[in-house]
Design a protein around this ligand. Structure first.
Ligand code: BES
Ligand code: MN
Ligand code: ZN
Length: 505
């Protein structure tokens, strides 16, 4: 997508459609006049109430200049950044649905919007561009179009937004431009994460995920090291190796290392669960919905995208991304219920259920992050438990932390980024549930509090680190109900992590 930021009025920009964001108040007071000046009768407003995300498409007879389509999009009261995000996403989704390749967005009210939000123009322009990219996203790379010959004409029309013009940016053009450029980066990185998550298991193995990380490293200018099975064995990563035992494909352990030029304010390790497909292993999952388990590497994708974006934004932080990856398969030499394994840290684990595999690979990744890098903060993201979906649903992630301040910062990052997290407890009462008769710890905790016992399990592998948080994104990463409007992966976690990192920058 090409981006242009201009002072020219939206009505004079050559585009397939131009979009005007309207608040409820504006709809009442000024919308009629404004439409008239654009040559449109206000009767087209019909039942439009300007709720965030609502839209009406209107048409005018053009006198030589500008677009004939004008898309009015509601921003509700215009007092929350989420309202602007919803509007821009809906506009973009609509433009792509209608094959409109050039979209001009009226930003002449930018100064007013910013004062309502108490935010700087670069924040809002970043958000608008990011949301446009996000709304324009489609996962179509596995469609060839071979069966759509009769629709050939359709196929020739633009499939995505090719040009985005932010028009009417007379005031503070520089700042708007700066923010818009940032939005291009964060939007593209979110969509990169979504592509990885949407790719099915046969198109994204652990090695292919590692290759995607290498390419990301080239774009972002950070180091990427990939450990192969031999190196993983040499390091004694018993958790990752155990999960990989039933597979035909080797595991990988990928380390992303972003070191900015100049001084850094903090070192942060981000750890992401990279199960490329989770069949459950010998504790096989029911077949219904099993295909969705291609999304079990959403934590890894979010970590990769966040590190790339942070590097491209040149944030003054040392960031280490750690991605343990394998599929979880029930092959003849697979891990069995009852097995006891030894993780890299030396801690032994009784495997009560081979479907609780994420925590086994994260055990090694967390221990490695702690031992090799001893970062100031460790945050892990994982599609870890169905129980977390039961607790919080499909649009909110569970968050666990041994550090109240970090938990608070994450909660706030969730509020500003729209990727909400809700804190759950890590109390010692829950330790009872993961005691093992034969090993140091058990990988399952019985029926109750499944998201909590999973988090308690992880806490055993950070070796007393004081600033750790775990985010269970099983619900929002790949929502089947009540999530985002574009089916499939959401890229949940990328914005959350970036907000967190930017707050420390
Ligand atoms: N990847 C799943 C969790 C999951 C479930 C993510 C649904 C997204 C949607 C995880 O590996 C898993 O299977 N967890 C088990 C743990 C149980 C065996 C203790 C679960 O939640 O059932
Ligand atoms: Mn599982
Ligand atoms: Zn899993």
């Amino acid at each position: 997508m090409k981006l242009t930021v201009t002072a020219r009025e939206v009505g004079s920009v050559k585009a397939d459609v131009f979009a005007i964001l309207l608040s409820r108040k504006e709809l009442k007071n000024e919308a009629g006049k404004r439409l008239k000046s654009l040559g449109i009768d206000e009767s087209v407003l019909g039942d439009f109430k300007a709720a965030a995300g609502d839209m009406v498409m209107t048409y005018r007879t053009v006198s030589g200049k500008g677009a004939s389509r004008i898309l009015l999009a509601g921003i509700g009261d215009g007092r929350k950044s989420e309202e602007y995000r919803k509007a821009a996403e809906s506009v973009a989704r609509k433009a792509v649905d209608m094959h409109l390749g050039v979209l001009a967005l009226d930003c002449s009210a930018m100064t007013e919007w910013c004062s309502h939000l108490k935010r700087k123009p670069q924040f809002l322009s970043a958000l608008l561009v990011e949301a446009t990219l996000y709304g324009a996203y489609r996962f179509e790379r596995l469609k060839t179009g071979k069966l759509d010959q009769e629709k050939k004409k359709e196929a020739e029309k633009p499939k995505t937004i090719e040009d985005l013009v932010l028009a009417g940016c007379g005031e503070q053009l520089d700042l708007i431009e700066k923010g818009a450029g940032m939005g291009m980066i964060t939007g593209a990185c979110q969509n990169m994460a979504r592509d990885l998550v949407n790719l099915p298991g046969n198109h994204l193995s652990a090695e292919e995920l590692a290759e995607a990380a290498r390419q990301s490293g080239q774009r972002g200018g950070f180091d990427v090291t990939v450990f192969d099975k031999e190196k993983i064995t040499e390091l004694g990563m018993g958790g990752l190796l155990a999960v990989n035992k039933g597979s035909q494909q080797p595991p990988t352990f990928t380390i992303l290392d972003y070191r900015p030029e100049g001084k850094t304010k903090k070192s942060v390790a981000l750890v992401g669960k990279g199960v490329t497909f989770d069949s459950g292993g010998i504790s096989l999952k029911p077949s219904e919905g099993m295909g969705e388990m291609k999304s079990d590497m959403s934590g890894a994708a979010a970590v990769l995208a966040a590190v790339e974006a942070a590097a491209r934004l040149a944030l003054p932080l040392r960031i280490i991304g750690i991605i343990p990856a394998t599929d979880n398969m029930p092959g003849g030499s697979a891990l069995k219920p009852g097995d006891v394994i030894t993780t890299m840290s030396g801690i032994t684990v009784e495997v009560g259920n081979t479907d609780a595999e994420g925590r086994l690979i994260l055990a090694d990744a967390l221990a490695y992050a702690r031992k090799e890098y001893d970062p100031d903060v460790i945050v892990d993201l994982a599609t870890l438990t169905g129980a977390c979906i039961v607790a919080l649903g499909n649009s909110v992630a569970g968050m666990f932390s041994n550090d109240d301040e970090l938990a608070d910062t994450l909660f706030k990052a969730g509020q500003t980024s729209g990727e909400k997290v809700w804190r759950m407890p890590l109390w010692e009462e829950y330790d009872e549930l993961i005691k093992s008769e034969v090993a140091d710890v058990h990988n399952i905790g019985g029926r109750g509090a499944g998201a909590v016992t999973a988090a308690m399990f992880l806490s055993k592998f950070i070796d007393g680190h004081k600033h750790w948080a775990h985010v269970d994104i099983a619900g929002p990463a790949f929502p089947t109900k009540g999530g985002s409007k574009t089916p499939g992966a959401t890229g949940f976690g990328v914005r959350l992590l970036l907000d967190l990192l930017q707050g420390w920058s």
